[in-house]
Design a protein around this ligand. Structure first.
Ligand code: PGA
Length: 255
């Protein structure tokens, strides 16, 4: 039985002071809940220490939005997974569509990053999903297949415990347009089937597949209630404690 994950991706928002404030509101809001899944926040790098301080000993988990693809050394501007672990992170988002688009990251980068994450004992959240043009052309299944095939079979030590998948149709990210629960469930089911051929049926049944793209308190319960949707990766709505906590409550309600 898979438990849910609700992860907040704060993107390039909130410096240390604002991030600490939001983290405090989130962890206070979780206090009275008997959590049936995992709740995670992913601040910017510079806000990680401030958030780590706030959530120490609390139910909220801490993740990074990115990491270096290599170990320590002469890589100006990079942040390694060991450093993230030392700072209190247990999770790292890899292959977000904004990194695919803005930084031109490739399958090779994702494989290296996820292997780094796993070697450091952390959990990777691997994002995949099609562009609007690809969906309009009816190519979403092919795109998702290629993205999963380009990375998953090449991972050195992925397990359902250290790998979480996140289907994020790019046309639904930050646009207010959400994939319908039927559209999302369809791709989640297809993805799980594909993943089964890559990491085995048992692992595929156990791995969590999150949905991301304009999730809000008003649509989260319907999405999370679908058979293959195991929670969400939340952007805009994770920046307001009330909305984020509302989404967590939706996950609780269907668990
Ligand atoms: P959104 O972002 O919830 O603002 O659409 C989701 C994401 O990019 O992870």
């Amino acid at each position: 039985m898979r438990s849910y994950m609700v992860a907040g991706n704060w993107k390039q928002n909130l410096g240390p002071a604002e991030a600490a404030k939001l983290a405090r509101q989130v962890s206070m809001g979780l206090l009275g809940l008997d959590l049936k899944g995992e709740v995670l926040v992913c601040p910017t790098y510079v806000a990680i220490p401030a958030v780590a301080e706030i959530i120490k000993g609390k139910k909220t988990l801490l993740g990074a939005q990115n990491c270096s693809a290599t170990g320590a050394g002469a890589h100006t501007g990079e942040i390694g997974v060991d450093m993230l672990a030392e700072a209190g992170c247990t999770h790292v988002i890899v292959a977000h569509s904004e990194r695919r688009a803005d930084s031109g990251e490739t399958d090779d980068d994702f494989v290296n990053k996820i292997n780094q994450v796993h070697a450091a004992g952390l959990t990777a959240i691997f994002c995949f999903g099609e562009l609007l043009d690809e969906r309009k052309a009816g190519r979403e299944r092919d795109v998702v297949k290629a993205q999963l095939e380009g990375v998953l079979p090449r991972l050195a030590s992925a397990t359902p415990q250290n790998l979480v998948l996140a289907y994020e149709p790019v046309w639904a990210i930050g646009t207010g347009e959400t994939a319908s629960p039927e559209q999302a469930q369809d791709i989640h089911a297809v993805s799980r089937e594909l993943v089964s051929g890559m990491i085995g049926a048992e692992a595929a049944a156990a791995v969590r597949i999150l949905y991301g793209g304009s999730v809000k308190p008003s649509n989260a319960e319907d999405l999370f209630g679908r058979a293959d949707i195991d929670g969400g990766l939340i952007g805009g709505a994770s920046l307001k404690a009330e909305d984020f906590l509302g989404i967590v409550k939706c996950a609780q309600a269907v668990s």
